[in-house]
Each structure stands twice: as C-alpha cells, then as structure tokens.
Design a protein around this ligand. Structure first.
Ligand SMILES: Nc1ncnc2c1ncn2[C@@H]1O[C@H](COP(=O)(O)OP(=O)(O)O)[C@@H](O)[C@H]1O
Ligand SMILES: [Mg+2]
Length: 328
C-alpha cells in the first residue's frame, strides 16, 4: 500500500454561475520515504492539489470526483474534526509564505507548544523542552531566544525555519511543501531545502514538494509529476525526466536551468518510438508555443506509459480541423 494514493482527483471552483476545473483528473502516489515533486507554472493546479489533500480548499472550491487514499483510507470521507486531527499530526504542510501560517501575535515557542499540546504529543512539562529541541533541529543556534520572540522579529528565512519546526513537531508521515522557499533569497533557499531534505532522510518522512524550479527538482526529488493546465502531462523518476524528457512543456521548463549534456540520439529514438506506440497514434509533444488553444485543434490522450514508469500525454489532430501543427 502506498502512503498517499491520489486517484482521479477533480477539483472545481464556482465563481458566480461559472464552474472552473482547476484540477482535472490527476492520479499519483507517494511512497514511504519518497520525495515526489509537483512542478508546473503558476496556475497549473499545484496548490489546489495540495489543499485538497489537506482538506483546506477555499469555500468556493470542491472535490468533484476521485479519492485521496492516505494509508489506505480515503481522506475525502473524513469529517472536519477527523481532518483536524490528521493535519499537523500525520500530514503537515509548509506554505510559501510563512506569515500565512504563523500567528503574528503569538510567540514562536507558544505556537510550537500549542501544536504539540493539541495533538497530545508530550506531557506539559516536556513541552518547552521539546519546542527548544525542535528549534535547534531546524538550525537555530539560540533556541531559547527564538522561543520568546514574535514572528515579526524574525527574518524571512528564520520564519520559514520556525514554520518547519512547527510542521515537523508531531513527526508527520507526509510533509507537503508548497514552494517553501520561493520568497527567500537563493542562499537561504538552499539552506532551508537542505534542512528539510536532511530531516526527511533521517526520519523517512515522505514529501510532496511543490515547485516551479527544475533545479530544486533535480536535487531533491525521487519522482516528478509535471503539471500543466490542471493535468499531469508527464511523470517519471527524476533521472528519466532529466535524461529523456518527452513532453515539450517539460522541456520548456527545463530550458530555464543550465543544460546537462543530453544524450540527443537516445532522445530522438525514444520520441520516435513513442510516436509509433501501437497503442497510441499521436504526437509525443507539442510545439514550443504549447498552450490551451491547442485544444481547438488537438485532442489530448490519457497518460501513455512509454517506458516503464514514464508517462506522457499525447496529442492527435482533431478530424476536420485544417490548421496544422506548424501554424500554431
Ligand atoms: N479560491 C479560488 N477561486 C477560484 N479559482 C481559484 C481559487 N484558487 C485557485 N483557483 C484557480 O485554480 C487554478 C490553479 O491554481 P493553483 O493551484 O493555485 O495554481 P499553482 O499551480 O500556481 O499553485 C488557477 O487557475 C486559479 O485561478
Ligand atoms: Mg501555488
């Protein structure tokens, strides 16, 4: 059994009479100890996916279809109260903006001990000791000072560390990190990611790491899900994604990082074989101008397994449409 098993998840938002599908039938798993990266540009549905898992969708959002199995049980069938028990204790989330999750008017120490108390983690007398320990785990050299500080007294990187201390305080089995370092400068980003990764390895925690940065993916992910327009367009282990990316959107995202030498010949071969897949006649990838307009001219396939564990969405030209690929 996988730790997390998301099946055919659909999430819609209602605004007025309009219903918009932000997440369109996505399925993926996260195993124990594994880091799965969810990568895609802004608006592709990454945060909505994680909020659905946490049971924290905004008022106007709802899960239309699918299941979110966590240790075999469907989180979507849990009551609000049960989800409160699971959040923070079994599944924790680290948000991009620490200020969203930190209470500005409560001292850091108290915020950590409140979480521990809520989940009945330790006895009262051990709470402070445990909070201090956690603050040192996340790299504070002066835990007892930070313990008595308010979030506003901390720098961005320090706030993010404090948030991580809270997120790991109850030793969750799954950590969801939604662009945890985007707001920080590059050196601090690296420190925070290293910290999370070390913790993750040491404790065999699973992680769903949301990012739009392929550099981050290459360093920390075991498997990668590439999201575009609410769908997964390509999925594979990190080695495969970097060495044999097929979907043009994946390759487009990768172009923003320094290129590793790519085995071009192999790439061509696998693309050709993908196109010739007897189960699917279609294009392995879209032009560089890949956009939602494509839907006018092309139908998207389901994800096709082009080699073991490597899935790609294909396109076929719609009948009766004269527009050619090159014209798009
Ligand atoms: N509260 C909301 N109401 C309406 N639409 C929303 C809401 N939150 C997100 N969306 C829409 O859902 C889509 C996916 O958003 P999101 O998951 O936040 O993207 P990202 O991949 O950048 O995290 C976007 O088109 C966004 O406009
Ligand atoms: Mg987001």
């Amino acid at each position: 059994m996988e730790l997390l098993d998301v099946r055919n998840l659909r999430v819609t938002f209602q605004s007025g009479k309009e219903e918009m599908e932000a997440v369109q039938d996505i399925s993926f798993t996260v195993k124990k100890g594994e880091t799965v990266a969810l990568i895609g540009e802004s608006g592709s549905g990454k945060s909505v996916t994680s909020l659905a898992i946490m049971g924290l969708l905004p008022e106007n959002g709802r899960v239309k279809d699918g299941s979110i199995l966590f240790k075999g049980g469907d989180l979507l069938q849990r009551s609000k109260k049960e989800m409160q028990q699971i959040r923070g204790k079994e599944i924790s989330m680290i948000f991009q903006d620490a200020m969203v999750s930190l209470n500005p008017s409560m001292k850091i120490g108290k915020q950590i001990t409140e979480g521990l108390k809520y989940h009945k983690i330790t006895e009262r007398r051990n709470l402070k000791q445990e909070a201090l320990r956690l603050l040192s785990v996340v790299g504070f050299t002066n835990p007892s000072t930070v313990y008595h500080q308010y979030p506003g007294q901390l720098s961005g990187g320090m706030k993010q560390r404090a948030l991580i201390a809270m997120a790991i305080s109850c030793e969750p089995e799954l950590l969801i990190a939604d662009e945890p370092t985007t707001a920080l400068d590059v050196t601090i980003q690296k420190q925070i990611l290293e910290l999370m990764n070390e913790y993750k390895i040491k404790t065999e925690t699973s992680m769903l790491l949301i990012t739009h940065d392929f550099g981050v993916v290459s360093e920390y992910a075991d498997r990668v899900l590439v999201m575009f327009g609410g769908k997964i367009v390509e999925a594979a282990d990190v080695f495969t994604i970097f060495n044999r990316p097929i979907h043009s959107y994946t390759r487009g995202l990768m172009n923003s990082i320094p290129r590793i030498e790519s085995p071009q010949d192999y790439l061509t071969t696998i693309r050709d074989s993908a196109v010739e897949n007897p189960f699917y006649k279609g294009r392995a990838f879209a032009p560089e101008t890949y956009s939602l307009e494509l839907k006018t001219y092309y139908s998207e396939s389901e994800l096709v397994e082009v080699e073991p564990g490597h899935y790609v969405r294909f396109f076929t030209e719609k009948e009766g449409v004269t527009q050619t690929w090159q014209n798009l």
